[in-house]
Design a protein around this ligand. Structure first.
Ligand SMILES: [Zn+2]
Length: 396
């Protein structure tokens, strides 16, 4: 058993849920890691000895960010679509077909290389767990391929065959639902932990409530946990469906009415509302009122939705700064939502909080306080640290 002492921690943000702001902040702390798990946390002066030591020289240690919503397996480029949106064209989900075409023609090695580059990028921004969805293949072989590649990088893989109706099924929606709930699902299950659906009546490319129910129910019967893209482009049935079926997460929640908020509050132990403010930023959409959700008792998470169409950023610090600036969260609420909150949306208790027994997924901030995540938007102060057996730390 090898142990590493992390010392010189100016501020340790554990996100352990303790009062008053759930962050469990300690100053002048130390942390002992044994075999990749947190073995001890306490005052630096009382720290037990370890095989090796990493001195972070007064910096901040936080739990690595948990990015619980991304679409990272894709090829192609949609920069021009972004420019069109910035000059006034609305988003309706149609551009997904462009990425599907480019992804289908990319070789396995190319998709793997692109994904590895994106994973390195998000670790360099402080993220240590990422959920990755398929959804740019939309054939049995291409969806399985995306999940198989994603599985090499994360256990949190999500089958999103129900991303949009592919062009070849535009006149046979029922035929595509049969495929997604049949052969495609069966083929995806060995490589997926979750199923997701783009439930969005405001997009002609996405799925209505009944179609989404069919997809989610089939996935649950096949043993997958449920996640939902809901209420993104306008008021819709996604939130109510997610709550009714007991989904772990309903994501976007851009347009919520009072009944949606009440339903989410009542289901807070089961269903997390995952907010994706990078999407509102990149599509010039209104931001949801996250402060209202918190005061109603809704469990919230923050994630990037990193994808080539509506938010090509994997930066959780940027998401935190947006959540504070635009959605009414305090820096503490945003910090918690981006770690423990998003871990809860993945039904994980071993990540997102630095407590004894949890994974020692550590992110270091080049700052005197976690407040700088919101206070210094766009400045690269966060990075995940790797704890090698030798005790070396490597910025990635
Ligand atoms: Zn998404």
């Amino acid at each position: 058993m090898s142990s590493v002492a992390v010392t010189g921690i100016g501020e340790l943000v554990s996100c352990d849920g303790s009062d008053p702001d759930l962050l469990g902040i300690r100053s002048k702390a130390a942390l002992i890691v044994e075999d990749g798990l947190v073995a001890w946390i306490g005052p630096a002066a009382d720290g037990p000895s370890a095989d090796s030591e990493i001195d972070v020289d007064g910096r901040v240690i936080i739990p690595g960010f948990v990015d619980s919503h991304s679409h990272l397996v894709f090829a192609g480029d949609r920069g021009s679509e972004f420019v069109a949106r910035m000059t006034g064209q609305p988003y309706d989900g149609g551009g997904i077909g462009v990425t599907v075409a480019a992804t289908r023609t990319a070789a396995d090695e190319e998709l793997t290389r692109l994904l590895a580059t994106r994973i390195a990028e998000l670790r360099a921004l402080g993220t240590t767990t990422v959920e990755i969805k398929s959804g740019y293949g939309l054939t049995v072989a291409d969806e399985v391929r995306a999940l198989r590649i994603a599985r090499r990088f994360t256990p949190e893989t999500t089958f999103l065959g129900a991303h949009v109706i592919p062009a070849e099924y535009a006149r046979d929606r029922a035929g595509y639902i049969d495929l997604v709930t049949g052969l495609m699902l069966q083929s995806a299950v060995p490589y997926a932990r979750w199923i997701d659906v783009f439930c969005e009546p405001h997009s002609p490319h996405a799925f209505d409530a009944e179609e989404a129910r069919e997809v989610l129910t089939a996935g649950a019967e096949a043993g997958l946990g449920m996640r939902v893209h809901g209420n993104q482009l306008g008021p819709g049935p996604g939130v109510q469906l997610a709550v009714e079926l007991g989904a772990a997460s309903v994501d976007h929640c851009t347009y919520l009415n009072d009944a949606d908020v009440d339903a989410l509050a009542a289901a807070a132990e089961t269903t997390v509302a995952t907010l994706l403010p990078g999407v509102e930023f990149c599509t010039r959409s209104p931001y949801p009122d996250a402060a209202r959700l918190i005061s109603a008792g809704v469990a919230i998470a923050l994630a990037t939705d990193c994808n080539p169409g509506t938010c090509y950023s994997s930066s959780m610090p940027w998401v935190i700064s947006l959540a504070v600036r635009e959605m009414g969260l305090s820096p503490a609420q945003a910090m918690f939502a981006a770690t423990a909150g998003s871990a809860k949306s993945l039904r994980r208790t071993d990540i997102g909080r630095l407590v004894v027994g949890n994974r020692a997924d550590l992110t270091v901030l080049d700052a005197p306080s976690y407040l700088h995540l919101a206070y210094r938007p766009g400045v690269p102060i966060a990075r995940a640290i790797s704890l090698r057996a030798s005790g070396e730390t490597q910025a990635e």
